[in-house]
Unconditional design. Structure first.
Length: 341
């Protein structure tokens, strides 16, 4: 992503800010040189920095991922809280293989979701924010939210994790591997283009992102599906997301396990049991990317977790603005949860 993608319907245009971390050390011992995070702030951070909600982006998305929750009377009302929405490493706005000058493309060091969290922690320290009202995310953002709860259990009042996994399921890893093969089967895959994305788009944005029931309602015939795929490939190209960034972020996704956090020795259940904050886990009835069983398993091992089902047939995309009815329900549910009910 050479710059900010074109604003889509429902996105909120806010001034971009950048935090320079310098050479940011990774768990591998390597460093992302000249590392920086892109972020925006909705609302005003109060004098004590006590009104902050940290909003996290999903895989292949930007700080706009949770814009459907931000606004007057919505779950995250800027008149009541200050929302710090951060671009995850590897998304083309924060430091990524596609935009690094010193470590471009495949020279970029591999990173993990815990490193994303530590970069966000460094940002909050820079902003003078010690404890946040909540950490909120969907998909990879929900995975980061649970990692926040494990890595820094005293640094948030509440956690909202939508369609998350505490440890990446083999099903999700299989989809990601297939998606990478779709991209990397082309000799010039790093250059992007319609041919490179033509199989990735229906796999990630249709087959794994929705459900058979939703598709049956949305498309009258196979010809309609084919037309949609063509239109969606064109729309995705306009977003400017780089294939190499997908490869790196999806590998971080595959490697994720909160049990790998130092002091837990690979014990995912014990890591989840260390989460101190009340946690709301939201998942739809069927998710063909992050299996709902993974969300349920995580919630069952978090001491103060509540698991609620999103009333939607949109599958993985239920935790977004795609389903307007579900989005309204999610806003009400999160707003109630953050109020302590």
């Amino acid at each position: 992503m050479s710059g900010h993608p074109p604003l889509a319907q429902g996105w909120i245009d806010q001034p971009h800010r950048t935090f320079a971390l310098g050479d940011f050390r990774l768990e591998s011992g390597e460093s992302i040189r000249d590392c920086s995070l892109s972020y925006v702030v909705h609302g005003q951070i109060d004098a004590n920095a006590s009104n902050v909600v940290l909003a996290l982006s999903a895989i292949a998305s930007t700080h706009h991922r949770l814009d459907f929750l931000i606004g007057d009377g919505l779950a995250l009302d800027p008149a009541e809280v200050a929302v710090v929405a951060v671009d995850a490493l590897g998304n083309g706005l924060s430091s990524s293989p596609s935009n690094s000058v010193t470590q471009p493309g495949l020279a970029f060091p591999p990173f993990c979701i815990r490193v994303m969290v530590e970069s966000q922690r460094a940002l909050l320290d820079h902003l003078g924010i010690g404890r946040v009202r909540a950490v909120v995310g969907a998909s990879m953002g929900g995975m980061q939210a649970l990692q926040w709860g494990v890595s820094h259990p005293q640094h948030m009042e509440r956690i909202v994790a939508m369609t998350p996994m505490a440890r990446t399921a083999p099903w999700a890893a299989a989809i990601n591997e297939t998606s990478r093969r779709c991209l990397m089967s082309h000799a010039d895959w790093q250059q992007g283009g319609p041919e490179v994305w033509s199989a990735w788009v229906p796999l990630m944005q249709l087959l794994s992102g929705r459900t058979p029931e939703q598709l049956a309602a949305a498309f009258a015939s196979p010809a309609d599906v084919q037309a949609w795929i063509g239109e969606r490939v064109d729309a995705w190209l306009q977003q400017g997301f780089a294939p190499v960034d997908w490869v790196y972020q999806s590998r971080a996704y595959d490697a994720h396990d909160v049990g790998g956090t130092p002091a837990f020795g690979g014990d995912t259940a014990r890591a989840l049991a260390s989460i101190a904050a009340p946690t709301l886990v939201l998942a739809p009835p069927l998710d063909l990317y992050n299996p709902v069983e993974a969300a349920g398993w995580a919630a069952a091992h978090i001491p103060r977790a509540t698991l609620d089902q999103i009333p939607s047939v949109w599958g993985h995309q239920a935790a977004s603005a795609a389903d307007a009815v579900a989005a309204e329900w999610i806003n009400r549910r999160i707003r109630t949860f953050l109020a302590g009910a």
